[in-house]
Structures are given as structure tokens and as C-alpha cells.
Design a protein around this ligand. Structure first.
Ligand code: BDR
Ligand code: CA
Length: 311
């Protein structure tokens, strides 16, 4: 039986690749895609999510708009990485599939209440605003979530938005705090891991050579996405962050991590949004997350090539 997931996202080229991977994988049943403000404002993230669904031949996929801004702080976006549209690179179109009228948070609450057997996994690829709002609105849902697999944070790798903070946590640290203190099983894909799943010329060419629309679209997105990171990291390509969340569900055996305590900084101006990871277990605080640190990057990209070729 396929594993039920909800994808919460702020596309974003790497979010788009993650969505394509999920929609191409029969092991997963995507119940809906909930959008949040993050890489670009909500009006664009919900549009981009629908473009990606149409690209994958899934105009039937329920797509919902959620929070327009973080819980407490003002919205910080990342057009400098993703371009003005959030999906710069390929030629985009105006999607014709509908945006559902229901609010993303209400969809999350309703879906978890109707799947009380703990069957639903939340896959979070952006700031945690929608998830925190759902937990605040309906605390009973915490007990019905199988686990939350999220991209966010970092430890030894530092931050990518400030010296201390990774983008998704930095944008809404208060929401992250709600989620990290919820007691729900968490699997975290931090920068320490995603900085090892790098695009290269060869890998981008392999996407293009798949020959289908999704492969060419992916290559064109990654061509653009790489620009900023190449300069920043002096690398051949860019870290492909968000698809790790979905790849983990499909091939958990290629990931290695450790149960640790992670607390989120919400007070210091200097380290706002820092994920304080107790890797050496020196705090005495109970572990609240599995922090992934290693992945077989060849297997990760082979999975992407194999699945995106099927679209
Ligand atoms: C995260 O921030 C976004 O820019 C990416 O989509 C990813 O989710 C990486 O820090
Ligand atoms: Ca993202």
C-alpha cells in the first residue's frame, strides 16, 4: 500500500524537483500539496506548485494556499537564489488547474483527523508556518501524524542565510520552535546533508538527456539555480536540498543520522533561527529528532533520474 503524504512547500526549484520525485513514485500517495510563503511570496509559491503538478500530468492534485507570512516576523524571501518567479530557468506558463478554496491549514487538520491511524507523513520543504499553525489550531492532530520529514537547519555546516541560520528555519523560527517542541517524530535533512547532494554538469546533462518534458524542465531549472550557489560555494553546482525529504521516504537505507536534541533560537538577533543541535549529547536534553548527516549521493541522483524519466 502506498504511503500517504502531504507536501508542504514554497517552490523553489529544489522544491519542484522534490514534488516531481514524489508524483513519479508509486510508493507514495500524495494527498495534497500545501503552499507557504518562503522562497517567494505565497501568490507565486501556490502558482509554481500548480505548474509543477501540470508538468507531472497531475492537474487533479489538490493544491492549497496557506500562510502569507511567518507567525511573528516579517517575510524574508530568496529571489536572489530562485529568481523573481521562484522557478526561474524554464519558460513558465499560467496554470489552468484550480487552486483549492480551502486554507492549507484546514486541509492539513482535516486530513489528519480523517486518518487517525497515524498513516500520514508530513513532508516539509519550506518554512514551518503552516505546520505550526495547524498544531496550534488543532493540537489533537499531533498524535495522528506518522512523522514529519523536513528540510531545515544545520550544525557543523553553519547557516546559509546568516552565519548561524538555514533559510527555512530563519524565515519562521517561531513556527520551527512549535514543531521541534511538539513531540512528533521528526526526521531532519539539514545543510550538513544537503550540501553533499550537489548538482554537477554531468548530472544536469543527464536530466536533460532524459528527453521528456520533466527532465528538460528540471535541467533548465537547475541551470538557473546553480548560478548563485556556484559563486557562493565556489562549487561546480548547487546543493539540491528538498528532494532529500522525498528520497528518504523511498530509500531510507541510503541515509545515516543520529537521534539528537535540536532547539531553535528565537531571541538572539545575532543567531536568530539557529538550530542548536546537540550532536555530542552534552546538554542532557532528550532527543527530539533524527538529524541526517550522510547520504549516498550517487544513489540519490540515480533515484531522481529513474523517477523523473517516468513522468
Ligand atoms: C532551503 O531554502 C530554500 O531556498 C530551499 O528551497 C530549501 O528548502 C535551503 O536552505
Ligand atoms: Ca524549499
Amino acid at each position: 500500500m502506498a504511503r500517504k503524504i502531504i507536501i508542504d512547500t514554497d517552490p523553489g526549484q529544489d522544491d519542484a524537483v522534490a514534488i516531481l520525485l514524489a508524483l513519479a513514485s508509486p510508493e507514495l500517495e500524495v494527498l495534497g500539496i500545501t503552499c507557504v510563503a518562503g522562497n517567494v511570496p505565497l501568490a507565486l509559491t501556490q502558482r509554481n506548485a500548480r505548474i509543477v503538478c501540470e508538468l507531472a500530468g497531475r492537474p487533479d492534485m489538490p493544491v492549497f494556499a496557506g500562510a502569507t507570512r511567518p507567525m511573528v516576523r516579517s517575510l524574508v524571501t530568496a529571489e536572489y537564489v530562485h529568481g523573481k518567479s521562484g522557478l526561474n530557468g524554464p519558460e513558465l506558463w499560467e496554470p489552468t488547474m484550480p487552486l483549492r478554496k480551502e486554507h492549507a491549514v484546514d486541509f492539513i487538520v482535516k486530513t489528519l483527523r480523517t486518518n487517525r491511524d497515524g498513516a500520514v507523513t508530513l513532508c516539509v520543504l519550506g518554512p514551518l508556518t503552516n505546520i505550526a499553525l495547524a498544531l496550534i489550531k488543532a493540537p489533537d492532530i499531533a498524535g495522528h501524524i506518522h512523522e514529519i520529514v523536513l528540510m531545515g537547519g544545520g550544525c557543523f555546516e553553519g547557516g546559509n542565510t546568516t552565519p548561524a541560520a538555514e533559510f527555512n528555519i530563519y524565515v519562521d523560527p517561531h513556527a520551527a520552535k512549535v514543531v521541534f517542541s511538539s513531540g512528533i517524530p521528526l526526521v531532519v535533512m539539514p545543510l550538513d546533508l544537503t550540501h553533499t547532494t550537489m548538482t554537477t554538469r554531468t548530472r544536469v546533462s543527464r536530466f536533460r538527456a532524459l528527453g521528456n518534458k520533466a527532465g528538460v524542465f528540471t535541467a533548465e531549472m537547475l541551470d538557473f539555480f546553480e548560478r548563485f550557489d556556484k559563486e557562493k560555494y565556489g562549487s561546480e553546482g548547487a546543493p539540491l536540498h528538498d528532494p532529500n525529504v522525498i528520497a528518504y521516504l523511498l530509500q531510507p537505507e541510503i541515509y545515516q543520522g543520529r537521534e539528537v536534541n535540536i532547539e531553535i533560537e528565537t531571541e538572539s538577533a545575532l543567531t536568530m533561527g539557529m538550530s542548536v543541535v546537540d550532536w555530542w549529547r552534552v546538554s542532557g536534553r532528550a532527543p527530539n529528532a533524527t538529524f541526517m548527516r550522510k547520504v549516498d549521493d550517487e544513489a540519490f541522483f540515480d533515484l531522481l533520474f529513474d523517477r523523473i524519466a517516468r513522468l
